[in-house]
Design a protein around this ligand. Structure first.
Ligand code: NAD
Length: 313
């Protein structure tokens, strides 16, 4: 297959592109290489992808439209302004990259007769829902960050494009994805960095928060399967299948670094949810999704990657 993948230099985009290339697909990757976090990580990911002959990279902001490219069999739309906390500081960027950018991708598909689109949604669409575990049929009318609101509207745009133009649309609600080459704005990266540099870590809600963390290889298997099994309009939760307390997560990082954290215990931040816990039955049944990496193994892999990448002893 020939796939257009947006956000190819991003964390999940990089791992997904690599997987597609390894199995023999061709990938045209688009990314605007923005400065939201250290660009070196994005450039290093691209260097690894450029080793594959079947990879082509186009630097472009998707909110300005998709450049003319060869006909593709499907699109995976992962480009977005990510991060719940940054959406409080810079809401307009979310409107541009997530809403307008997604609409540009859908319009490109419509005008170029591309029939299959897999796109990234997020667990944050569950917002203030307090009934657990979250399942796809729940009413999600209570987003608590602009980031979440844009992801919910992406799902609605997708419904419209499926209804009007018959484009197959699969939205994937990712639950806190982590792993090697992960994002520097996320807890695992920040905690690993600060603990290894003997700097304090900010622990929100005193660590009494729970997240259904998902190892990146498991997410990638879900994304690829979603593309292979696309049919009509569908939304799936993709999660690790186990909700883990933040305090336990920190303990595991400490164990792997052989150092204790200096904790700065704080109240919960605006926009943060207390708990995420996913029902992944639909993805298991329809996508054969089966997360394989435990949190203990996943954190170990990340810390090993971090030490290697930043040349720590
Ligand atoms: N990582 C997670 O835990 C998580 C959880 C839920 C949802 N998601 C979603 O998954 C997708 C991938 O997330 P990620 O963690 O890999 O983030 P990331 O920031 O590492 O990757 C996103 C990439 O998109 C690019 N990008 C952003 N705006 C763009 C634009 N307007 N035009 C072109 N490129 C643009 C960025 O440069 C970046 O390389 C995003 O849609 C994100 O919202 C991620």
């Amino acid at each position: 297959m020939k796939i257009l993948l947006t956000g190819a230099a991003g964390f999940i985009g990089f791992h997904t592109t690599k997987k597609l290339l390894e199995r023999g697909d061709e990938v045209i990757g688009i990314d605007n290489l923005n400065n939201y976090y250290d660009k070196k990580l994005k450039l290093d990911r691209l260097t690894l992808l450029k080793k594959y002959k079947r990879f082509e990279f186009v630097k472009k902001n998707i909110s300005e439209g998709i450049p003319s490219i060869d006909q593709v069999d499907g699109i995976i739309n992962l480009a977005a302004q990510a991060g719940v906390r940054y959406s409080i500081e810079n809401p307009l960027e979310y409107e541009k990259s997530n809403n307008l950018g997604t609409l540009q991708v859908f319009e490109y598909a419509r005008h170029n007769k591309i029939k299959n689109i897999v796109f990234a949604s997020s667990s944050s669409v569950y917002g203030n829902v307090t009934e657990y575990p979250f399942h796809e049929e729940m009413k999600i009318d209570t987003p608590i960050s602009l980031y979440a609101a844009t992801k919910k509207s992406n799902e609605e745009y997708a419904y419209v494009y499926n209804h009007l133009y018959g484009i197959n649309m699969t939205g994937l609600r990712f639950f806190t994805v982590y792993g090697p080459f992960g994002r520097p704005d996320m807890a695992l990266f920040i905690f690993t960095k600060n603990i290894s540099e003997n700097k304090p870590i900010n622990v929100f809600n005193h660590g009494n928060m729970k997240r259904d963390f998902t190892y990146v290889d498991d997410i990638v298997s879900g994304v690829v399967s979603a593309l292979d099994n696309i049919n009509g309009y569908n939304i799936y939760n993709l999660a690790g299948g186990r909700s883990v307390e933040l305090n336990y997560f920190i303990k595991e990082i400490e164990n792997n670094l052989g150092k204790n954290a200096i904790r700065n215990n704080l109240e919960i931040q605006p926009g943060d949810v207390l708990k995420s816990d996913a029902d992944i039955t639909k993805a298991k049944n329809e996508l054969n999704y089966s997360p394989k990496t435990s949190i203990e193994e996943g954190i170990k892999n990340f810390v090993n990657w971090y030490k290697d990448y930043y040349s720590l002893k």
